[in-house]
Design a protein around this ligand. Structure first.
Ligand code: ZN
Length: 167
């Protein structure tokens, strides 16, 4: 077939039929599948950093949602995570934080209604600038949300577990 050729992916070792015009990087061809996988893993690393930082929060008393937001802002500043607070995504969608790596952080006080929370997350996930979502909740969710309906990664950080003996 003219116009295409077979290239072996340097990551997965599979043969791919690609256009003759596709530019091959010096360190070898990487198929679309492996490219998107790598992009996803890089994205996860940003998300992990946000999760780790939030897990290091120590709240010694029952908090107000507003106080917790200030604590999160302070700890993000400390570790050098850049963010916008109360980021406006669109009508009816204002997320508590959006990091410059695209992690939306939403804070929920009390025991959130799971259905309503999932709806909210999926609404946020529709926006291009949201790459991943982390929900900070007072009590951990019985069924954790791990992914939005359009496939963006999602994590829940429960604070109650972190209170420990300080309570
Ligand atoms: Zn591959």
């Amino acid at each position: 077939m003219s116009g295409s050729r077979i290239m072996t992916c340097s990551r997965c070792g599979k043969d791919w039929n690609i256009s003759i015009n596709t530019r091959i990087p010096q360190n070898g061809y990487i198929c679309p599948h492996c490219t998107s996988k790598e992009r996803f893993e890089r994205r996860s690393a940003w998300m992990e950093n946000v999760i780790k930082t939030l897990q290091s929060l120590r709240i010694g008393k029952i908090f107000e949602e507003y106080d917790l937001q200030n604590e999160i802002a302070a700890i993000f500043d400390k570790v050098g995570i850049h963010y916008e607070k109360e980021y406006y995504l669109g009508t009816g969608s204002r997320v508590d934080f959006l990091t410059n790596s695209g992690v939306a952080v939403e804070v929920k006080k009390g025991k959130p209604n799971r259905t309503r929370l999932v709806d909210q997350i999926n609404r946020y996930a529709e926006y291009e600038e949201v790459k991943a979502i982390v929900i900070v909740v007072e009590t951990s969710l019985r069924i954790p949300v791990t992914q939005t309906t359009n496939g963006k990664p999602c994590a829940v950080v429960g604070l109650q577990k972190l209170w420990g003996i300080a309570l």
